[in-house]
Design a protein around this ligand. Structure first.
Ligand code: S6P
Ligand code: ZN
Length: 193
């Protein structure tokens, strides 16, 4: 039997008292995510690293649960807010829960047949992400967006579809307000049927 354990999580930084893994994504490695490549290159020109988000996780071998935090810095590239890559789960029967602990965000969701949804991310709100919905988190605020996530470690992450076809929606700052822009649905002939 696995021993029960309590882990302290700082709601404003996402730091955890115990962790089994972490990774960080900077703008250079996420360049392809943003629609304005010229603005992105200008931000990268100095060579200084631009941190975008960090993921910290806790897992134990043999458990059906994995959890952690994601912290997205405030920022924009040509008006488009900083965001995560976005992914489907490899397992189409496994969903996820996000609980926002700090900041203001938007959760963009997309199905395989290009339906889109959005959910507000804020500290009084948890998101139920059912199986079959790709999810991307966007920081639309001025402070780090921090959320707790929990799923089955068997979910797996599939980045290919979103990298190729996008989320169907993009979130921009327009004079201080969030503006959602709908991307054209991919042409099925281009998709190959
Ligand atoms: C994994 C879960 C999160 C994300 C993280 C980064 O199922 O949804 O841990 O991995 O928020 O997002 P992404 O799309 O870059 O993996
Ligand atoms: Zn996920």
């Amino acid at each position: 039997m696995i021993e029960p354990v309590a882990i302290q999580i700082n709601p404003e930084t996402g730091r955890m008292s115990d962790e089994t893994g972490r990774y960080r994504k900077d703008l250079a490695s996420l360049r392809h995510l943003f629609s304005d490549q010229i603005a992105c290159d200008a931000m990268l020109a100095s060579g200084t690293e631009v941190p975008v988000y960090e993921v910290v996780e806790y897992r134990q071998a043999g458990s059906d649960l994995i959890f952690g935090t994601t912290t997205i810095e405030p920022g924009q590239v040509g008006g488009e807010y900083f965001m995560t890559r976005g992914h489907f789960h490899q397992r189409n029967d496994l969903g996820e829960v996000y609980n926002t602990t700090s900041g203001d965000g938007l959760l963009l969701l997309r199905s395989r047949d290009f339906q889109t949804r959005t959910l507000i991310m804020r500290p009084d709100s948890s998101a139920f992400i059912p199986p079959g919905w790709a999810h991307r988190s966007v920081n639309v605020g001025k402070v780090p967006l921090v959320f707790f996530w929990c799923c089955d470690p068997a979910t797996g992450t599939d980045y290919g579809d979103i990298a190729e076809h996008g989320m169907g929606l993009r979130a921009f700052d327009e004079a201080g307000s969030v503006s959602l822009q709908r991307a054209a649905e991919p042409d099925p002939t281009i998709l190959g049927g």
